[in-house]
Each structure stands twice: as C-alpha cells, then as structure tokens.
Design a protein. Structure first.
Length: 118
C-alpha cells in the first residue's frame, strides 16, 4: 500500500526557514519522480517543486526559485523541501506527490500546514 507521510510544517515568522519531509513506502521510491504542491485557502493547488527519479533534475515555481530547494534521499525513501526566506504568501497546506508515470495515477500525502506570520 502506497503511503506518503509529510512532516515539518508549522508556524514561522517572515524570513524564517522550515524543512518539510515526506517519507514514502509501498512503492519503488527511487524509480518515481517526486513533487511538492501547495494549496492556500480559496486557491487552486499549485506545483512548488519537482525532482526527477534519476539524475536529480529539479524544477521550481517562479515564486519560490532561489528560496526553496527540493532534494531526495533514496536510501531513506524520503523527499525534502527546504524553505528559506519564507513570506506570508507561502502560507498553505503543502502536499507530497509521487509520480508513477503517464499510465498510472499518482499518489498524494495528507498534507502539512505551513503558516508564515508575525
């Protein structure tokens, strides 16, 4: 059974940092591209960062480039999102997503709340 469990969210002041983790199980983690999405109240879910299964190729939303870094540890079956210089507009529920390829529906974690406020 596929499981994605996010952790590391919380309340942080503007300019602060958080590191999100997503622990994966139930599938071949090293063969799956992984992503972080976020959804703010009243807004659609949006892609924040992506990392490929092989080679560690990454992509970022323009709004987080230079501030957020996605990485993965295939030995620990975990993907991370390091978030620096956080802004109030980064406030959202952050979701981990596992991509199983074009013919298979991917899988979502339950989400972790990130609130940036003074």
């Amino acid at each position: 059974q596929v499981q994605l469990v996010e952790s590391g969210g919380g309340l942080v002041q503007p300019g602060g940092s958080l590191r999100l983790s997503c622990a994966a199980s139930g599938f071949t983690f090293s063969s799956s591209a992984m992503s972080w999405y976020r959804q703010a109240p009243g807004k659609e879910r949006e892609l924040v960062a992506y990392i490929s299964s092989v080679g560690g190729r990454t992509k970022y939303a323009d709004s987080v480039k230079g501030r957020f870094t996605i990485s993965r540890d295939n030995r620990r079956n975990t993907v991370y999102l390091q978030m620096n210089s956080l802004k109030p507009e980064d406030t959202a529920v952050y979701y981990c997503y596992a991509d199983f390829g074009p013919r298979t529906v991917g899988s979502w974690g339950q989400g972790t709340q990130v609130t940036v406020s003074s």
